[in-house]
Ligand binder design. Sequence first.
Ligand code: PLP
Length: 293
Amino acid sequence: MSRIAYVNGRYLPHGQAGVHIEDRGFQFADAVYEVCEVKDGLLVDEGRHLQRLTRSLSEIRMAEPRHPAALGAILREVVRRNRVRNGIVYLQVTRGVAPRNHPFPNPEVAPGLIVTARSINPAEGRERARTGIAVITTPDNRWERVDIKSVGLLPNVLAKQKAREAGAFEAWFIDENDYITEGSSTNAWIVTGEGVLVTRPADHSILRGVTRMVVLETAEDLGMTVEERPFTLAEVRAGREAFITASSTLVMPVVKVDGETLGDGLPGPVAIRLRSVFHDHADYGRNWASLTK
Ligand code: PLP
């Protein structure tokens, strides 16, 4: 079956879908994006993803290209046309096409909007979660507004590649004070020796992961003790368990950091539990309109 992409108002065969060479997303990474999980053909946490998109756009001083309800309809249409049962849907909004010049186009031009979707076999994630993943650490060399979901991801790309070359799944960024910020495309968590679940506060130094938010709520519902504070690599090593979260990985246990096995080297019970109940807590199958009524 051929894949279909949405580009600026048209649904096109994926191979023929393209953007203008002077699109500012392409020229300057002057664009923001979202990635939403698709489960059983339904979008997971569509409302929160579109709310975060609105925030990212406002931080880069752009208006929404469409009403969030209309964006939700496009996301669902791309999922439908690609017959994605399980996978991800990707949306990017750019500041549009204009002669290459750093300042915002004046007068304003129409924003660019693309949406793609692809299937992912859920068995792959399940298998990865069964064994747990390895992470490496690397200095956080990103700009100080990584809470904006910008497509300027070169440090993340280089960090992820470094991880893969080291035989690891993810790279954790470490800030100048030796605290872990987050992964190259995931948020980072530990369970301390006392059983406290810890993740870094959602300030400007991490992306406000939608999965992170749902896991925080889930953990509180389950009566777990949660602290939002920075943590160090030493605390990871001394802790009971560690895991990462993202729409593309869900809750994924970490069993090795920088080549050193954590604890008994097996996925921890907190990560396993949070992963197993995650979709009961996510807004699964409800669209933007029903969430904002
Ligand atoms: N942190 C970074 C840098 C990311 O790129 C992502 C997802 O792409 C996340 C965290 C996790 O965010 P979410 O749970 O919304 O997928």
